[in-house]
Design a protein around this ligand. Structure first.
Ligand SMILES: [Fe+2]
Ligand SMILES: [Fe+2]
Length: 264
């Protein structure tokens, strides 16, 4: 099974770039399943039902998220519908307990477990609890559901947390991918016991701006110590960062992980 995973996809400009590149990647790499981190889909903050439907139409199967998932009240409408609630995840170790942190989806006769998890260092907004015990629960639930293929999106700032949890999950899941920093790392590899790993997939969003936000608006905010208020560019070049992971359906182990990076 070939799985395509987009990291944080930022605003309309990011959504449109992902939708544009999806058909080409699907055909070229025989993609069976698509995951996208949704925390920045709605103009940089959170998600709405309309946007989730737009991206499922474009070919995304399941959405992971992170610290910004609650930034838009649109999550309420999503979680109110069982079908959408099942495919839009909040971090599993998020204390709020709204929605789901893990889902099991059947695609092409194959059960796939997908989970969203949050780091702790510099992730105060997420109010996350111990991710090691959460990972244990996720792997146990996947095993119980007989899902051979299991994927965790670990949304975290600290590369150390990502390295440690990735190795902790090695051999227990098919793929462990990092998100949140919006910057791709070049350390993609198969870990010794067969889990595909990358510290951060990177974003799909405005290129040559401030990690997807408009440079000028973020600069002005930084000058007066007001962070978090910024614009998302409406046009200009977009970088698409993603990974494609080939997974053995019999063993659930990863065979290959490949990075995708395009400026369009
Ligand atoms: Fe993000
Ligand atoms: Fe984030």
């Amino acid at each position: 099974m070939n799985v395509l995973i987009f990291g944080d996809t930022v605003g309309r400009i990011g959504r449109e770039a992902a939708a544009k590149i999806l058909p080409e990647l699907k055909a070229k790499h025989q993609i069976d399943f698509v995951i996208m981190n949704a925390e920045n889909l709605a103009h940089g903050f959170g998600v709405t039902k309309k946007i989730i439907l737009e991206m499922t139409e474009a070919g995304v199967d399941v959405f992971t998220s992170g610290n910004h998932v609650w930034a838009n009240p649109g999550y309420e409408e999503i979680f109110a519908e069982p079908e959408l609630r099942n495919i839009v995840l909040r971090p599993y170790n998020d204390l709020s307990n709204r929605g789901l942190g893990q889902t099991i989806i059947e695609k092409n006769g194959q059960k796939i477990s997908i989970a969203s998890l949050s780091g702790i260092v510099f992730m105060e907004e997420a109010k996350a609890t111990n991710f090691l015990s959460a990972a244990d629960e996720i792997t146990a639930r996947a095993a119980q559901a007989k899902a051979k293929i299991s994927i965790i999106d670990f949304h975290a700032e600290a590369t150390s947390e990502k390295a440690v949890l990735g190795l902790y999950c090695d051999g227990k899941i098919s793929a462990f991918v990092g998100t949140h920093t919006h910057v791709p790392t070049a350390d993609e590899r198969i870990l010794p016991k067969g889990t595909a790993f990358v510290t951060d997939i990177g974003m799909t969003g405005a290129h040559n701006q401030a990690i997807g936000g408009e440079f000028e608006s973020i600069l002005e905010g930084m000058k007066i110590g007001e962070l978090g208020k910024f614009k998302i560019p409406e046009d200009g070049p977009v970088e698409v960062n993603a990974v494609i992971i080939e997974i053995n359906e019999e063993t659930g182990k990863a065979k290959k992980i490949e990075r995708v990076r395009r400026i369009i």
